[in-house]
Design a protein around this ligand. Structure first.
Ligand code: PLP
Length: 381
């Protein structure tokens, strides 16, 4: 089936893979299939050298040390490793963790698991109607026994950006760890040096392939220790499992493309997103969630008028966008993010997320807007 006929506006769920990344994947699967840990023979040695080379590239792109990087299967694993790893390592000293109600379920469910089964003392900060936390609330809640603050950089459903530089300043002053889920940030906002002790990435969110991600723990070997959650051959000491060199090479490629072109991509998606919101609001009484907040460039979460709900649902047969986040879609529950932003279940039901990429065009937006008009007019007869 030719899926390219369906305009794709669901890039916060996952992205189409970049052709250059496919080339790398294919070459490496063909030529460099060796296990980088098999250092007793030439193929293993060559693969190990390539692994080190790509690790270095990635560390330079992220402005971190090579020792700070742990490859994982994606952000869900990175988040579990970060939160459980830190908690299991340090909970005999400190048990209090601060996070926020609008975090991704990978963060929230991990924290709730620790609360339920391991006595974690959890504070979840509220957000205002625009999805912003209050920095003074954060500071007020940090106590002697606070181990870590987990606040995402950019929200996957609304695109709202948290003030991570300020959060970092506060956590440094109070001497607590700061973990930020940066999954949705790459290529969608300016990020010179990520101001967090621990952060993560998932390659399929920036035109890489699925099944590879990373966790960064700054000064890993010197300052912060993690308890492993996967036990086995200890290939990456605290993360066991054969390191998939072709996926690592493809991650390095995807990351280099997204970071080296980020100004261009941000300008493009910003232009498309603003055009979409402006054109929609010329004819419709839409509300844009988080409009007054600072947002990543590609995301638009809009609430349509009650009479147009069915039309937006109907158009999902030909245009790809999301009704709630991909995860909450699956669970059939109203979005916890929008709920925290003071919206009723009925309002959440009328909310749709459009997330664009540099592969989208104004022409595709016009196609959607024309189809929306046609369908609404058709429904009136
Ligand atoms: N964190 C955020 C903000 C996300 O948007 C996602 C995916 O939607 C994840 C974590 C989990 O990423 P993955 O599904 O790649 O493990």
């Amino acid at each position: 089936m030719n899926i390219s006929k369906f305009p794709y506006f669901d890039n916060n769920a996952t992205t189409p893979i970049h052709p250059e990344v496919i080339k790398v994947l294919s070459n490496y699967h063909q030529d460099y299939y060796g296990n980088p840990s098999s250092k007793a023979h030439p193929i293993g040695i060559i693969c190990n050298a390539l692994l080190e080379k790509h690790k270095k590239e990635i560390s330079e792109l992220l402005n971190v040390s090579e020792n700070d990087i742990i490859f994982t299967s994606g952000s869900t694993e990175s988040i579990n490793l970060a939160i459980k790893g830190i908690y299991f390592q340090y909970s005999s000293q400190k048990r209090h963790i601060i996070s926020c109600k609008t975090e991704h379920s990978a963060v929230l469910e991990t924290l709730l698991y620790l609360k339920e089964h391991f006595n974690c003392d959890l504070t979840l900060l509220e957000v205002d109607a625009n999805g912003n936390i209050k920095l003074d609330e954060l500071e007020k809640n940090i106590r002697e026994d606070t181990l870590m603050v987990c606040i995402m950089t950019a929200n996957n459903e609304t695109g709202v950006i948290h003030p991570i530089h300020d959060i970092h300043t506060i956590t440094q002053k109070k001497k607590v760890l700061f973990f930020s889920d940066t999954t949705q940030a790459f290529g969608k906002m300016k990020l010179d040096k990520i101001p967090a002790d621990i952060f993560c990435a998932s390659s399929h969110k920036f035109h890489g392939c699925k099944g590879i991600g990373l966790l960064v723990i700054r000064n890993f070997n010197r300052k912060i220790f993690l308890h492993p959650i996967l036990h086995g051959g200890q290939q990456q000491v605290i993360r066991s499992g054969t390191i998939p060199l072709p996926l690592v090479a493809s991650l390095a490629k995807a990351l280099s493309i997204i970071i080296e072109n980020s100004d261009k991509y941000i300008t493009h998606t910003h232009k498309i997103r603003n055009y979409f919101e402006k054109q929609l609001s010329l004819k419709h009484n839409i509300h844009v969630h988080g409009k007054s907040a600072s947002r990543i460039s590609n995301t638009s979460n809009i609430m349509c008028e009650p009479q147009h709900y069915e039309t937006f649902i109907k158009l999902m047969k030909t245009f790809c966008y999301s009704h709630g986040s991909a995860c909450s879609d699956g669970a059939g529950k109203p979005s916890h993010v929008l709920k925290s932003m003071e919206l009723s279940d009925a309002q959440i039901k009328r909310s749709f997320r459009f997330s664009f990429s540099h592969f989208n065009s104004i022409h595709e937006i016009d196609m959607f807007l024309n189809e929306l008009d046609k369908t609404i007019n058709g429904m009136q007869f």
